[in-house]
Design a binder for this molecule. Sequence first.
Ligand code: NAD
Length: 331
Amino acid sequence: MKIFVFSTKPYDKDYFRQENSAFNHDLTFIKTHLNDQTLPLVEGADAVCVFVNDTLDRPVIEHLAGAGVKHIALRCAGFNNVDMEAAREFGINVVNVPAYSPYSVAEHTVGMILSLNRKLHKAYARVREGNFSLDGLMGFDLHNKTAGIVGMGRIGQVTANILTGFGCKVLAYDPFPFQPGHDSIVPSDLDTLFRDSDIISLHCPLTPQTRHMINEQAISTMKDTVMIINTSRGGLIDTRAVINGLKNNKIGWLGLDVYEDESDMFFENLSQSIIQDDVFSRLLTFPNVLITGHQAFFTKEAMTSIARTTLQNLETLEKGDSCQNLLNEKR
Ligand code: NAD
């Protein structure tokens, strides 16, 4: 199959080439995002392979259909950037990689909690400058603290389990039934979770229902100096609301691996550019905010699994077999 891989980075090439030895697809790597500006590049493709910041809205999907593209292969779990109605209407298959390594994201989440709490990123810089003062580095024990997990899917469950290892009590919210799997993981409604958690970590998908679930109202119900972590999707948080929460000390720590307007910045080296996003720039000014650039998934195990599953998905579709990762029939 002729697969055009958009938003390609060198590490994508490495892992896709390595895994493609078992499939022999015809891969073309394209650095740019797929969006309405780059549509001429899809000519000749049977499938486009896309990532989190490619734009698969209705006009793009209509163009893909006209150009003979039959499949959209997401090399990620989330599919909030694809207009699924349009894909169904134009008969384009959409496949994703629902699970690759929940450990990658869960471990990064816990890494952010530890870094923010014990200020490891600040300590690293201080010691390198010969500053061994402990002023301002005070943290707290995770032991006996309450962590709220919003979304008890694959990643939420692994995160909850890791946190029980620290001696945390975990309040877990999911609108669908789930197995807590540990005595210290207690199912909760969302209001109680927001009210009683010292740390709140988001692990649900971005949907119209979950967009801006962390907003002024929700923040007002949380504990003073709550820690909020988002390694899920940026749109879950109303960024202006968390900035207000940080300014009035309601939010004590904020850890973000995702940002609602990340698409023009993340995954690029912009160190010689002027960042135009003033909201993002304001976030960077807070001493108690730690931001990483959508790297939670980025482990060797996850990259291997992502490449293999993506290529397998397309081989299954090419053969006309039923593909368990086909999203078209799922709601
Ligand atoms: P999953 O589908 O296994 O779990 C998502 C859970 O959220 C499900 O249990 C679902 O029932 C629940 N949910 C749905 N609506 C909800 C709501 N309104 N409130 C609370 N929970 C709700 O997905 P996953 O593999 O655990 O991934 C979770 C999210 O993490 C993905 O949606 C994706 O956006 C994000 N993610 C981020 C990275 C990264 O690198 N930062 C990597 C992979 C996934």
